[in-house]
Design a protein around this ligand. Sequence first.
Ligand code: SF4
Ligand code: ZN
Length: 254
Amino acid sequence: MARKLLPDIVSLTPSSYESFVRCHRLFLLGHLLGVPASDPIPTPDRGQLVHELLRFVHERGNCRDNAHVEEVLSAHGVADDVHRTMFRRHAERCPEVVDAGAHEKDIARFHRFPAPMFMANARIDAIWVHDGILDARDYKTGQRWHDRVADDPAAQVQAFVLAPHAQRRGLRLRIRYEYLAPEIDDDPDPFEPDDDDLEAIAARLHGAVHSMFSQESWRGCGEAQICRTCRYRSICADSAATGEPEWAALGLRQ
Ligand code: SF4
Ligand SMILES: [Zn+2]
C-alpha cells in the first residue's frame, strides 16, 4: 500500500517530517492524501502576516527604526500593542551588522544514494550572514514546543538543506528560533550542528523515508498529548482525544 501512495522521489519538508515523527497516520492524512482538517487548530493567520511584515520591514529599511516599523504596521492596519511587542522582540534578536541577508528562501537538497531517493525542501524565514555564521532564523508566533532547536524534527530538515550552503562558503551553520509572541519568555537554545550531527541527521531522514515505504497500516500514535491538538482527531480511528469537528462548529450537525 505504501508504494502506491508514495512517489518515487519522496518530498520531505520540515512540516511533513515533523508530522511523520509525531504520528505516521497524521503524515498519511495530511501529506500523502491531502485530507482537509476535520478539527479546528490554532489559526496561522497572525503568523503569516508577521512573517510578511518582517520581510517588508527588512527589505525597505531597518527593524530597529521605530518610525519605519510603525509606518509599516499602520499601513497594514496592525499598529497595536501585540504587533509592536512582537517587532520589538524581533529587533532585540536580529543581528545588527550583516554581510548578507535574504528572506523566505526556498532551499532544496536531493538525496539519491542509497535508495530510497528523497528531495528535502525548506522555506527559511530569514538567513543572515555575519561573523562567519550562516544564521538561519525561524520566526515563531505560537507556543513553544522544545527547549532546544536541535530537538525539533523540523529543524533537522532545515539543517540538512542548509548545511551544504554553509560548508561551501566556509561558514558555521546556526539555526535559531525567534519566539515573538509576548506570552513566551525565552527562545529555545539555537542549534549549531557539527559534522557528526549532520551525518546523524542525514541518516535519520533517510531512515524515515525508508520506513515510509515499509508502512502497511499507517497506525496512528494514539497518544493523548499529541492527539489533542491534531487536526484529524475526530475522524481518526486511532485518536486518543475527543474532537469537535469543523462541520459541527459550523452548525452542520445532523
Ligand atoms: S488523532 Fe492522534 S493518532 Fe490520529 S492522526 Fe492525529 S495524532 Fe495521529
Ligand atoms: Zn530585523
